[in-house]
Each structure stands twice: as C-alpha cells, then as structure tokens.
Design a protein around this ligand. Structure first.
Ligand code: C5P
Length: 219
C-alpha cells in the first residue's frame, strides 16, 4: 500500500504520517529530507544558495546514506536548514535530480532498521502529484498560516530553541509562497486527494478521520 500526505509547512503531515505508518506497518519517507540535505550541503560548504547550478551539483552527489548522515546535524531541522531547503527545492534541476531517490523507495521500502516493509507512506509537497501519482490513498493536509506558525513555534520552544513567533510566521508565509509559486511541481493537492483542514483539529481527530478515509478507500 502507498499513501501520500502532502501539504504546506507545519500542517502536521509528519506526525500524521508517522502515526499512519505505525498503524499500517508502512515504511515512512519524509521527502522534505532530500531538500534539507541539499540545503545543508550548500550551507556547510558556504555555497551561495542563489546558485542553482551548484545546488544541482550537490543534489547529484546526494545518496540515501548521506542524507541520513546529514539528518543528524543540529541545523538539519532548524529554520536555517528549512530555509535553505525551501530555496534549493525551487530549482527544477535539483528537483529532477532527486526524483529517482524518492521514487525508488516505493519499489523496495524498508524500515529505519533495514527490514522490508509492505508499503510506504510519503510525506511532502508533491508526493501525490509527481513522486507517486499511482498511490492508493492521497491526503492534502492544511491549516491557516497562523495555526501552523504557532505549532512550529511551540515545537522550537520545546526543543529549547530561542525563536520569536513573528519570525516563525514570516518564515511559514515565505515558504508557502515559494512552494506555491515554483515553476516545477508547485504545491497543490492531487485531483484525487482528500483535503483535510486541521486548523481546528487536534492530532487525534486528524488521525481518526484519516484512518476512516483509508478504510473506506480500501474497501
Ligand atoms: O517538509 P519540510 O519542512 O521538511 O520541507 C523542507 C522544504 O522542502 C519545504 O519548505 C519545501 O519547500 C521543500 N519540499 C518540497 N517538496 C517536497 C518536500 C519538501 O519542495 N516533497
């Protein structure tokens, strides 16, 4: 079984995807990681994030193992890493270089410990439209920018990071704009995606709704 969960930054895709992966015994691929990895390679090497061809070159060098290694870096999940990811992900060359790595995962999905899985759950922006249009169930999870910024802000505070809500909100809005306006694979729900606005829902409610939809679709 293949499930895709797309939507804007901080909509709750990651938490939902992980819960669904646990419930259905699926491997989980957080596709934002490929762009975070390339963004971080640029930052660590002091390369100019505005240089699309260097970013494309970094994307060519990225392997799954290297991505996992980079994910241990303290900046991988920080605003710095997120911002770098957002910029490099707007380059068509970067996106096309990273297609195979994302698509191939569904051919041979494995859990983090290397054991094979029965299927995969993709979390991203274009996984239902570009990476895996043949997915069995597709979700597009969204929420207002203020709600998403508050969730991300709370996450950062919980991790002991020193951030201002207004800065997180600005960052969320800037990322939305880049995601929606890039020429290649702009973020939009797949035609056959179920759209869930989670602004007024807790994670448990979102999870229960999603499970009900999956059960109905698999009938
Ligand atoms: O989801 P996450 O915040 O980790 O994604 C980092 C950045 O990667 C996003 O801001 C988005 O621009 C980009 N991205 C993308 N396509 C995906 C996943 C993430 O363009 N499938």
């Amino acid at each position: 079984m293949i499930i895709t969960v797309d939507g804007p930054a901080a909509a709750g895709k990651g938490t939902l995807s992980q819960k669904l992966a646990d419930k259905y015994g699926l491997a989980y691929f957080d596709t934002g990681m490929v762009y975070r990895a390339v963004g971080l390679m640029m930052v660590k090497n002091s390369f100019d994030l505005a240089d699309a061809s260097v970013a494309e070159n970094m994307a060519t060098q990225l392997t799954f193992a290297k991505m996992m290694e980079l994910s241990k870096d303290k900046d991988f999940r920080s605003s710095l890493g997120g911002n770098a990811a957002s910029i490099v992900s707007s380059y068509s060359g970067v996106r096309s270089r990273l297609l195979d790595m994302q698509r191939n995962f569904a051919k041979n999905p494995t859990f983090a410990n290397g054991t094979p899985a029965q299927g995969v759950i993709y979390d991203g922006r274009d996984t239902g439209t570009v990476i895996c249009p043949q997915a069995d169930v597709k979700f597009f999870i969204t929420a207002s920018s203020e709600v998403r910024a508050k969730r991300r802000y709370d996450e950062f505070v919980q991790k002991g990071m020193n951030v201002q809500y207004e800065d997180v909100l600005k960052d969320v809005i800037a990322r939305d704009e880049r995601d929606a306006n890039r020429k290649d694979a702009p973020m939009k729900p797949a035609k056959d995606a179920v759209i869930l606005d989670t602004s007024d829902m807790g994670i448990d409610e979102v999870f229960q709704k999603s499970v009900a939809i999956i059960e109905e679709m698999l009938k």
